[in-house]
Design a protein around this ligand. Structure first.
Ligand code: ZN
Length: 282
């Protein structure tokens, strides 16, 4: 831990404050020590800088029943942590603030409960694991996996965006099952909704595979919602801005049979060169 340039005036940088109570000298932790511990936990949590501003209090809500349900579930979870039965699973189209909610919950439990939290974009995690994976002995560096398995709260963002393969399924199964068996809580987000399998491979079940899909139901509260796309909203967007954007999105859905296809077509028109083949990340 790197200390501040000027040592704390309260404890002179020792982290302990002594006081004399009833003639007995007692030491207690200085406030700066706890701040330091929280700062360290925050830096270990790997939260991308673009989510620095994400809190539960600045999440813009509007008249949207399922979004409000997702937000209150997030609040309940963060307030009760770690005494919670199930993790959370935010599902819906890109840009509706799923990662914002997941990060906000993560930050809150780190700050208020001193929890060890960890954030990973699912594709990044798989990339890191793969980079240390030895295909001959079928092992991966335990240093990579240990924090993922052990974190008090893990956020796995954008589940289903990765290209599926036997290895991907096996690896995700190992992570998800280990956490489930150890009764550790996990928050997931995904752009892939629960829907009938059409053969396009874009239902949640098809994206994550049968085993993880059924396990997710056991370990998470499913919070599927729709809404206005933040990425098209002005800075400091209001509830009205997002309601308008939501209405636009709904009109788009009415005009075209498939929201995913419409979005894809719309984005193809823009110069999105790194289009991954699925839906865009949020
Ligand atoms: Zn101090």
């Amino acid at each position: 831990m790197t200390g501040p340039l000027v040592p704390c005036a309260e404890c002179d940088g020792t982290g302990w404050v002594t006081s004399v109570v009833d003639g007995v000298s007692r030491a207690r932790r200085c406030g700066c020590w706890r701040d330091g511990a929280v700062n360290k936990a925050m830096s270990l949590a790997r939260i991308p800088r673009r989510y620095d501003h994400c809190d539960l209090d600045n999440f813009v809500v509007y008249d949207n029943e399922r979004l409000l349900r997702a937000v209150s579930a997030a609040r309940r979870f963060a307030d009760a942590f770690p005494v919670v039965d199930k993790g959370l699973f935010f599902i819906g189209p890109p840009g509706i603030g799923k990662s914002h909610l997941a990060v906000a919950v993560l930050k809150k439990v780190i700050h208020s409960r001193g929890a060890q939290g960890l954030f990973y974009d699912t594709r990044d995690l798989l990339r890191v694991i793969r980079s240390t994976y030895d295909p001959v002995v079928r092992t991966t560096e335990i240093e990579v996996l240990r924090p993922v398995m052990m974190a008090d709260l893990l956020v796995l963002d954008d589940l289903g965006a990765e290209k599926t393969s036997e290895w991907v399924e096996e690896t995700l199964n190992l992570i998800v099952n280990t956490r489930y068996n150890e009764q550790r809580l996990t928050v997931f987000t995904s752009n892939f909704e629960e829907k009938e399998q059409t053969g396009d491979g874009d239902s949640l079940l098809e994206r994550v595979g049968f085993r993880i899909h059924s396990r997710l139901y056991e370990m998470c509260e499913f919070l599927e919602y729709d809404g206005g796309d933040y990425r098209h909203a002005p800075t400091n967007a209001t509830g009205k801005d997002l309601t308008d954007l939501w209405n636009l999105r709904k009109q788009g859905q009415n005009r075209l049979p498939r929201a995913g296809r419409a979005l894809r077509a719309e984005l193809k028109g823009k110069a999105d060169l790194k289009w991954p083949g699925g839906r865009a990340g949020s």
